[in-house]
Design a binder for this molecule. Sequence first.
Ligand code: GDP
Length: 367
Amino acid sequence: REEKLTCQGCGVAIQTENKDKPGFVPSSALENEEIICQRCFRLKHYNDVQDVGYSDGDFLKMISQIADTKSLVVKIVDVFDFNGSFIKSLHRLTGNNPIILVGNKIDLLPKSTNLNRLKQWMKKSAKDYGLTVQDVFLVSSKTGKGFDEVKANMNAYRQGKDVYVVGCTNVGKSTFINYLINESTGTKEAITTSYFPGTTLGFIDIPLDHNASLYDTPGVINRQQLTHYLSKQDIKTITPTKEIKPRVYQINDKQTLFVGGLIRIDFIKGERQPFVLYFANALDIHRTKLEKADQLYVDHLGGMLQPPSESSKAEYPPLQERTFKVSGEKTDIVLPGLGWITLSGEPATIAVSSPSDVPVSVRSAII
Ligand code: GDP
């Protein structure tokens, strides 16, 4: 007899197939009297908030519950992958609640980054996506930088109300919440799992005071992230683990740069000038003549030009070209999930080829 089991902690349907999906329980644990999913288990016993990938439908259903609350929404993005980690449908789901935007992982940015300019760009980009945010904060959940400010402001903006923390997978939402919990309580009893009767979807509830809570919401997988096309090893190569070091190339027109085999940058027209590259230090850059670039890509993708590696190159989407004209001010060409290239402002026409799902954008230079 098939019995439908649900988690005693959050109410999600129990499954034993996939440990990265909601409701996972190792089959051996099905014998237990009280069955709780792995996510609730870790939370209960290790005080550790773990992210599992919810399907888009579950996610949307869950997040749209926020519209019926009176709360503050804290939206986390990865400063290194702003466009890729921005959930565009969010403002339709969270109702009229105020939103603050938190850019995480600033420890990866070079020290010389102009954080104010980065904030302005984030605010404007959010607006271009149709999302008006009250404020933007920058933090590192790894080092704790920026937490005093974000905590004080969260308290000020929430005006006694609940807080919902949202963000797509891998932005560091769990790390952010764990940091907040450990900082503010220092105890292991801070988290309780909550149960929302009538839904199969549970938020994780962290009491802020007697009347209000902070809720962790599950991360959605955003298909516009480059990482979805890559193997684990490739992702390791493109993901910076420490402060990125700029690399400077003096480029003549009719030259091409390959960023691994992921993205191609053609300098179509302009005087010789520096291209300053901000990517993970482990990611290889290759320079060639524009006229040779097509053939080089065909011959060496997955080999000299990697990631994508030989085994994952078949999955990698074809590149689509977009042309940018830069002049006047120092400009960044932003490649979501990878990094960016700074041009001096000397007139230049460049063509950037990337997967069509991964939107390349420009901003005033942040360094
Ligand atoms: P979630 O899926 O949004 O919950 O993300 P996680 O908290 O699991 O973090 C995803 C990855 O980013 C992990 O490898 C973390 O170690 C890393 N990470 C999280 N916050 C930071 C940060 O502030 N700086 C750096 N360098 N890495 C971070």
